[in-house]
Design a protein around this ligand. Structure first.
Ligand code: PEP
Ligand code: MG
Length: 766
């Protein structure tokens, strides 16, 4: 049989109907209102390629050298042509069309979606295959089913499977065909609070079809509902400017303005909320865990479109790290407070939030990293990229040196490990095995353990923040430095990556670029970059990922193999780094650009290029012409500069003329260069003030100039995580803000608050 009806399948049928199909089958079987439909099984795809006799030809066509980009493109095309041009055997075509005729009397508009099977393989082996076709009629149905099948063979999916050694023959694909709900209202519902797990139901609702809510293109109303009474305790009515609807003539989904009389009107009635709550309870009872449900209404009837377990409850990052701290101060922490300051052994900067207790492991040489076990606290002069695996195992991290923007601070925040940096002398004043408690908010290191310090889960178990995110016109992105943190960063719901630091990837090879290229060749160096960036670009696709070309000061390179050849600089922060080094060592820089070119060729159109530490338009022209030399068309790509020196802030007009798409404030450097305060020098740390009027003036003027030139602005320095800076930037009209992983949620709320205030003021002035 070519198809299986949704009301006959469940989780046991995963292999033949894929994840999406099985979940819809479960809901239907549980008696929940799910739009009717069927699944073209994975077996049908198999029968098609085998009966039509194209299987061998297909697998041969995609068995190519994945590093040969033109072969990759040819393979994608060949697979698509073969699948689309081969007639469906009659029994299969009839099976699908007969089933369609039973849905809505043969006149239905249906949604056609691919549903991945072979769950034992990572998602990336299906990369690119997320096909969804909406409002399809009988005429186009078979073609769209075939297009879902062909999506198994996108360039990215072929590349991934070839590279990982997965057999193309091992992946199958099912296709869900389901009646479209021409929704009047739609949205999502969380049957428990998605970050705290509190017994609250959260519903988001907007007018029209659900894609607008799920994709985040409209701000939905937000209802917090008490499950005991099914009554909304808090209702936030959003200004819903647009809605997605079906065009009655073409049947296509189109975006329309919400009629004025409905824009600021509450979407859900009390009765509809009560009905949703009831359905939510039934779904939750069926699965036994809190659920994240997509729903839609038509003629007052509520339908469930999808349900997934909520995987974000009671996790760390902002919510849990503050919870951890609260525990330490409310409970056993009280005792700690009472004990006063005498047991504070050392103090530094609280660089990554949370409280952790554990035995000290002093690491002075890299070969001592093995001694760091789960639950230990790493004590070191300064972390290096080689330490990342040990940092993941550790309960906490303390360094002698470094500030809030040092490697230790950035990486521990991304890993969610509490950290105190710049303690002055932890490596000499603490001893191996001594049990201590560190507070990554207050920056203290105390003797002994604290019961309130929650045991840290191993890194892999760290779960994301809540997916309920406030919708903001100003985009809120996230900073990522190590590919390992990409998943944690992606599930924050950030609008993309505002800064991906390339140097952390290069440094993790433990060799300087020169040494790496000498030992392994340029191609391997390029591939190192390609694979690091891909990890992040895949996690975020299609959200943009802004990747910065190399910017490591020579003192960071010195710690690596080959570091002995680095120039000895008096003040590395003012020295041979960023674009000035790239334009001097053009060979190495071109390898980075070649990595970008390969990524674009592989279809990563969400990757953007950012150049660090530029001073003026001359730097920009040189970088641009090198992009062209390696075959990147600057007109077709999104690329821009960091504003990190006063010179660059003052010269942004000319850079706009040179074709940049964006300017992003690197306030860590902009502050140090504007105030002449070395960002890594503890002696002047109290003078490092990103909110200094001079820094703000440079930023404000640059935003103004960029707005006049239609250039996007952003911030990717640490200050983007600070509420005062967020308020300043949104008021000035910045286009996006990129924050640390643990700050994304707070920044989203702050941005929303400021935006609403601006709107309110504008209305009041009218
Ligand atoms: C900055 O200078 O603000 C920045 C984001 O770059 P880095 O911290 O890597 O110098
Ligand atoms: Mg910088």
């Amino acid at each position: 049989m070519a198809v299986l009806w949704l009301d006959t399948i469940g989780s046991d049928d995963l292999d033949s109907v894929g994840g999406k199909g099985a979940s819809l089958g479960e809901l239907t079987g549980a008696g929940l209102p799910v739009p009717s439909g069927f699944v073209v099984t994975a077996g049908t795809y198999r029968s098609f390629i085998e009966q039509a006799g194209i299987d061998d030809e297909l697998f041969e066509a995609v068995d190519i050298d994945p590093d040969d980009s033109s072969a990759l493109a040819d393979a994608e095309q060949a697979a698509e042509d073969l699948i689309l041009d081969t007639e469906l055997p009659d029994d299969i075509a009839d099976g699908i069309l007969d089933a369609y005729d039973e849905v809505g009397d043969g006149e239905a508009f249906v949604a056609v979606r691919s549903s991945a099977t072979a769950e034992d393989l990572p998602d990336a082996s299906f990369a690119g295959q997320q096909e969804t076709f909406l409002n399809i009629t009988r005429e186009d149905l078979l073609d769209r089913v075939k297009r879902c099948w062909a999506s198994l063979f996108t360039k990215r999916a072929i590349y991934y499977r070839e590279e990982q050694g997965f057999d193309h023959d091992r992946v199958d694909i099912a296709v869900v065909v389901q009646q479209m709900v021409d929704a009047e209202k739609s949205g999502v519902m969380f049957t428990s609070h998605p970050s705290t797990g509190e017994d609250q139901i959260i519903i988001e609702a907007a007018w029209g079809l659900g894609e607008a809510v799920v994709s985040g293109s409209v701000s939905p109303d937000n209802y917090v509902v008490d499950p005991a009474t099914a009554e909304a305790t808090t209702v936030t009515v959003a200004d819903k400017k647009v809605m997605h609807v079906k065009d009655t003539e073409t049947g296509k989904t189109v975006e329309r303005d919400v009629p004025d009389e409905k824009r600021n009107v509450r979407v859900l009635t009390d009765d509809e909320i009560a009905r949703l709550v009831e359905l939510g309870r039934r779904v939750e009872d069926h699965y036994g865990t809190p659920q994240d449900v997509e729903w839609a209404t038509i003629d007052g009837e509520v339908f469930m479109l999808q349900s997934r377990p909520i995987t974000t409850i009671k996790e760390q990052s902002t919510d849990a790290s503050s919870a951890r701290t609260a525990e330490a101060t409310d409970g056993s922490g009280l005792e700690q407070e009472r004990r006063g300051s005498e047991d504070v052994l050392l103090k530094g900067l609280g660089a990554s939030p949370g409280v952790a207790s554990g035995p000290v492991r002093i690491v002075t040489k890299l070969d001592q990293l093995d001694k760091v076990g789960e639950g230990d606290i790493i004590i070191t002069e300064m972390t290096t990229p080689d330490m990342v695996p040990a940092m993941k195992r550790a309960a906490g991290i303390v360094t002698d040196e470094g500030g809030m923007t040092s490697h230790a601070a950035i990486v521990s925040r991304e890993l969610g490990v509490p950290a105190v940096v710049g303690s002055g002398g932890a490596t000499t004043q603490l001893s191996d095995g001594q049990v201590i408690t560190i507070d990554g908010d207050k920056g203290t290191i105390r003797e002994g353990s604290t019961e309130g310090a929650e045991e840290r889960e191993p890194y892999e178990d760290v779960r994301p923040q809540s997916p309920v995110k406030p919708m903001t016109a100003t985009e809120v992105k996230v900073n990522v430095s190590i590919p390992e943190a990409a998943h944690r960063a992606a599930v924050t719901g950030a609008d993309g990556v505002g800064l991906l630091r390339l140097e952390h990837m290069i440094l993790s090879t433990n060799k300087t670029p020169d040494r790496y290229i000498r030992d392994h060749g340029a191609d391997e160096y390029i591939e190192e970059i390609v694979s690091g960036v891909r990890g992040v670009a895949d996690e975020f696709y299609p959200r943009p990922v802004r990747v910065r070309s190399l910017d490591a000061p020579t003192d960071e390179f010195r710690q690596l193999e080959g570091g002995e050849d680095e120039p000895n600089e008096h003040n590395p922060m003012l020295g041979y780094r960023g674009i000035r080094r790239s334009l001097d060592q053009i060979g190495v820089f071109k390898h980075e650009l070649e990595a970008f070119r390969r990524l674009f060729e592989m279809g990563y159109d969400n990757v953007e290029i950012m150049f660090p530490l530029v001073n003026d338009v001359e730097d920009v022209y040189q970088a641009k012409s090198l992009m062209e030399e390696v075959g990147i068309d600057p007109q077709k790509r999104t690329w821009g500069v960091m504003i990190e020196t006063p010179a660059s802030a003052l010269c942004v007009d000319e850079m706009a003329d040179a074709g940049i798409s964006f300017a992003s404030f690197g306030t860590n450097d902009l502050t140090q260069y504007t105030l002449a305060v070395d960002r890594n020098n503890e002696n002047v740390a109290n003078r490092f003030d990103e909110l200094h009027p001079a820094v703000l003036k440079l930023i404000g003027n640059t935003i103004k100039a960029c707005r006049e030139n239609d250039i996007d602005t952003s911030i990717c320095g640490q200050a983007g995580s600070k509420p005062q800076m967020v308020r300043y930037l949104v008021n000035e009209g910045v286009s996006s803000i990129s924050a640390n992983i643990d700050a994304v949620r707070d920044v989203q709320h702050e941005v929303k608050r400021v935006e609403q205030k601006l709107l309110l003021e504008a209305v009041r002035q009218e």
